[in-house]
Write a protein that binds this ligand. Structure first.
Ligand code: ATR
Length: 281
């Protein structure tokens, strides 16, 4: 099969208008002079199977998949990589040359790469605390366990969800009551907020950082605002901080590489372009 000159990809979500991915991939297409397009593809859940199968028919190189489709997409692929299989969730679909669909999950890669990019020489700490137990937390837990974190303390408002993740990921995950989150910071080398607290329109995450070692990295996956109240408080007491935009930018690299043939750079100019698309309210 000949590769078409003009290559297409997009992001499938419902809704999808808020996605930064079109701006991100457009930036890279322009930077590398690639003739192609990356489109927002609003697809209602009932239409997901037809939309995914339609990618090959339309000549798409593939698509990203976002909320609420990541789990269902995993059941509709011809093959999954190890991460997508472990998580039961796909964020990257690649249309192979025979039209079959490969599903991958690059969220964990994006998280680890954003830490590595922001903190030179970053290595997995012995102890980490994760706040929240939703879909984002699952990818981050999986990535941190694979990166070699020894103990992962997991505090969630709804304790049962943290217990479920312990059952899924094993004994290195230590579920905690939400009220014990401040104490869980003692001896930590990494704190990650995966809850929605601190996002524009949401109250700040309430947490007393007194027990957190000053050398501990503090990471928020919220990227709007870029500096959440948590990151501001952590930076003020001297902790190294990593904002949530890096995860978004780095998770996109394997997608761009698979579809367009270049492992793209996450540059300051790219960050500035995406920050400019964030609502200011
Ligand atoms: P995602 O898939 O993006 O991680 P999610 O599954 O909706 O989103 O998870 C959001 C996380 O934020 C959950 O851990 C949620 O806690 P619950 O499991 O108790 O719902 C957490 N969260 C949302 N609002 C919160 C609040 N007011 N205080 C503390 N945690 C909150």
């Amino acid at each position: 099969m000949t590769i078409p000159q003009f290559r297409m990809a997009g992001v499938i979500g419902w809704p999808v208008a808020h996605s930064r991915s079109p701006a991100l991939h457009r930036f890279w297409l322009d930077q590398y002079g690639i003739d192609g397009a990356y489109l927002p593809l609003p697809v209602a859940p009932a239409n997901l199977p037809a939309a995914l199968r339609g990618l090959a028919a339309l000549g798409f190189a593939g698509a990203n998949v976002t909320i609420p489709h990541k789990q269902q997409t995993a059941t509709l692929m011809d093959r999954l990589d190890d991460g997508a299989r472990r998580l039961g969730a796909v964020n990257l679909v690649i249309v192979e040359s025979d039209g079959s669909l490969s599903g991958r999950n690059t969220d964990g890669f994006g998280f680890i790469e954003s830490l590595r990019a922001a903190i030179p020489g970053w290595r997995a700490p012995a102890v980490a605390t994760i706040l929240g137990a939703g879909g984002a937390a699952r990818s981050i837990i999986d990535a941190l366990l694979h990166a070699g974190v020894g103990e992962l303390r997991l505090a969630n408002r709804t304790r049962a969800r943290a217990d479920e993740l312990r059952a899924e990921f094993g004994a290195r995950v230590m579920p905690l009551d939400w009220n014990d989150r401040a104490e869980s910071l003692a001896g930590c080398g990494l704190l990650v907020n995966t809850t929605s607290q601190g996002m524009v329109g949401q109250p700040a995450l309430e947490i007393d950082l007194a027990a957190l070692p000053v050398a501990s990295v503090v990471c928020d996956i919220v990227y709007n605002p870029l500096v959440t109240p948590l990151l501001a408080a952590a930076a003020a007491r001297g902790n190294p901080v990593v904002d949530g935009l890096g995860m978004l930018l780095h998770q996109a690299r394997p997608a761009f590489a698979a579809w367009f043939g270049v492992d793209p750079e996450v540059s300051a100019a790219l960050r500035a372009r995406i920050v400019a698309t964030l609502p200011t309210t």
